[in-house]
Design a protein around this ligand. Structure first.
Ligand code: THG
Length: 368
């Protein structure tokens, strides 16, 4: 028998755990101490459906760290090298969060409500303790808590149609990484054009767990002829799209430059970031290794639950951290970290998979 994940109260449920069950969820992972669906039909069938129709995803695991108070803007700028000074009250920014050594602590989406109120929509690490520690240590005038807010993503080419039907014809006017309010059953929620796929779509930050099921039901009722289905972040699609997974593709051992997020480390405000000095040095020297795409030859690789060594034939030059067969690219697509001497696009390397050594070619992310 395959091992199963034993579910208990300590693995927090989401507002849609029962809905996932009803829609035939076949696999879960644990993310922020919470259940995150990984597969409904099969990863490949989910992938084709996501690229052609529209899916509703329980991504409540994207927990919010809420900052409130006059020092909120100063605190969030301490967390990240990305310059937040020009950010508008309706914007979302993808931000690397680093420690004093420039090590990645998380790669959340920052949601700005106003100067004094922010959400940090976190990836899988307990960021709230670092944020609280910084605020307490620096004596900042700000409160920090995790609100009862749960993101529900609507992803795929028909996402615009679906949100227009349920929340209003003007919702598709939202631009990428902008947010606004929508009203449902007399309650307000935040909606953004964002999400962990490159197919496009929205994320509703559902305010109040008790509101979740009614919104889910409305989306499925309105989307029947759009072939709406329950879905989840798709391994194949997110590797193709070059969307990184914290804890898999980068960890606290990596700087944002290594993670390929150097474009978010600019600007004068970087001086306010705890890791500014470490990152300045890293930029000066240049990273020793960096995220790359890899196209791994041969037939479908097995799942990659840990990492696979990359060699130049003799010595180790990196690791593959995510990999899957891509039907659309007709090759195995992968994400890995490769040392400077070997990271050039087009370079041919060897990946040590459980099924034996495979030839692989270094390529750009996203896959094109
Ligand atoms: N949405 C929200 N919260 C999240 C995620 C999300 N928290 C956890 C996790 N995902 C954080 N990681 C990412 C990774 C990539 C992106 C968003 C969150 C992303 N990247 C785009 C890209 O790389 O093309 C856009 C980046 C940009 O240019 O701003 O969307 O998905 N709420």
């Amino acid at each position: 028998m395959q091992p199963v994940l034993s579910i208990s109260r300590r693995l927090r449920r989401t507002p849609w755990t029962d809905k996932n069950t009803a829609h035939g969820v076949k696999g879960y992972t644990v993310y922020n101490h919470m259940l995150l669906p990984t597969v409904f039909d099969s990863v490949e069938a989910d992938y084709h459906h996501l690229k052609n129709h529209v899916q509703v995803w329980d991504v409540a695991v994207e927990r919010q760290v809420e900052l409130n108070g006059p020092d909120a803007a100063r605190l969030i700028q301490m967390l990240t090298p990305r310059d937040l000074t020009k950010m508008k009250d309706d914007q979302c920014y993808y931000i690397p969060v680093v420690d004093e050594n420039g090590g990645m602590l998380n790669d959340p989406v920052a949601v700005k409500h106003d100067e004094n109120r922010w959400w940090i929509s976190i990836a899988d690490s307990d960021l709230i303790y670092w944020v609280k520690g910084l605020a307490a240590g620096k004596g900042l005038n700000v409160t920090i808590h995790e609100p009862d807010v749960s993101p529900l993503a609507i992803q795929g080419p028909k996402a615009d149609d679906l949100v227009a039907r349920v929340f209003g014809d003007d919702v598709p006017d939202l631009r990428f990484f902008r947010h606004r309010k929508i009203s449902f059953n007399g309650k307000e929620h935040t909606i953004a054009r964002s999400g962990y796929s490159v197919q496009g779509g929205f994320e509703i930050y559902v305010d109040g767990s008790d509101q979740g099921e009614a919104i889910w039901d409305a989306l499925f009722e309105a989307g029947e002829d759009l072939n709406v289905r329950a879905g989840c972040p798709n391994l194949i699609e997110r590797i193709e799209g070059g969307l990184l997974s914290y804890g898999n593709d980068m960890t606290i051992e990596n700087t944002p430059y290594e993670a390929g997020l150097g474009r978010f480390c600019k600007g004068p405000a970087a001086a306010g970031c705890i890791g500014a000095e470490a990152l300045r040095r890293e930029q000066e020297n240049g990273p020793k290794r960096q995220i790359r795409g890899l196209s791994i030859s041969g037939d479908s690789v097995p799942p990659c639950p840990d990492s696979w060594t990359i060699t130049n034939g003799t010595s180790e030059i990196g690791q593959v951290t995510s990999a899957a067969w891509s039907p659309d690219f007709n090759t195995n697509v992968a994400i890995g970290m490769v040392t400077r001497e070997h990271w050039d696009i087009g370079n041919v390397v060897t990946v040590k998979t459980p099924n034996g050594d495979r030839e692989a070619t270094i390529c750009k992310l996203p896959f094109k």
